[in-house]
Design a protein around this ligand. Sequence first.
Ligand code: ADP
Ligand code: MG
Length: 343
Amino acid sequence: MLKALNLENINKSYGSIQALRDINLTISDGEFFSLLGPSGSGKTTCLKVIAGFEAPDEGSVVIFDQEVTNIPPFKRQVNTVFQDYALFPHMNVRQNVGYSLKVQKLKGPSIEKSIDEILEIVNLTGYDFRKPSELSGGQRQRVALARALVNKPKILLLDEPLGALDLKLREKMQIELKNIQRQFKITFIYVTHDQQEALSMSDRIAVFNDGKIEQVDTPANIYSKPINSFVADFIGTTSIFDKVSAMNLFNLDSAFSVRPENVLIFDKEKDLIGINKNEYFIANGTVIDCQFQGSHLKITFSTDANSKLSAFKSLEGNINQIYDVNSKHLIAWKRSDITILNE
Ligand code: ADP
Ligand code: MG
């Protein structure tokens, strides 16, 4: 598999803040790869190091087998869609999109044709002569995308490109971005703090925490096999039992997590009759919250070991079901459904 990007032992500090710690990462050609993590975890800095806007203190950046660590941004086969789009306010859509082609001193009909083609792909045909201030947020986002794609970079870097859009538009653009990526067959490196977005769009994800990469894997593995409690907690709704609770409640010698969709709720001891107790962990739970979430309820329990645990209960057939706060239940999940966490 052709390598699009290789980061080796990248370290980067701003004064006393270590923004990137020993980053090692290999991304294949054509991958949709996400950098996912909370605000301040180093995602933008990592993107800037790849693009060449920041130089690492240590380490090397290799793009398609070419060492580019000391090569300026415009000589890398990489374009960036910035978080705030950074459109030129005085230029219209065509001028914004054509800017990089003009800078490369390309001239004449081939430029105009490239602009027409890309405007069609991002659904902006007819908006050619509007200024950014005359466009909606979603349209500005498309201009930024068109401008970054028009000179056919081999890698496109996107820094929270949908962050400013409302939920409906964001979901629509997620699908469009995926389609564009398939169509262009280029490598996307996508920064987001939104785990749902990363899980639904990516081929692989790197989870960032405090300048480090905690885990690199497919969305399914990141979700179902988080490597530690940071990843388990950050990705989706999960309940974590620390080592002490795990020992007290289940005589288990390590922390673990369990997903709410794997938790069963029983009202009384005798309702457990149908399940094989050797296969399950069973605990007492007191309801501390019950939320309606459309297709299901999300019920949060406190357990005997002071751990909290969430469960989803499908509402199929009984949409008026509720769990009263302070009511007591038995909660159970399969031993095979837990994820052991290395702290
Ligand atoms: P993210 O994109 O994940 O939110 P950033 O890469 O922007 O995180 O920032 C990582 C850390 O580096 C943060 O603590 C941030 O405050 C710090 N940082 C980023 N850019 C600068 C800068 N130009 N000067 C000083 N500190 C910075
Ligand atoms: Mg950022």
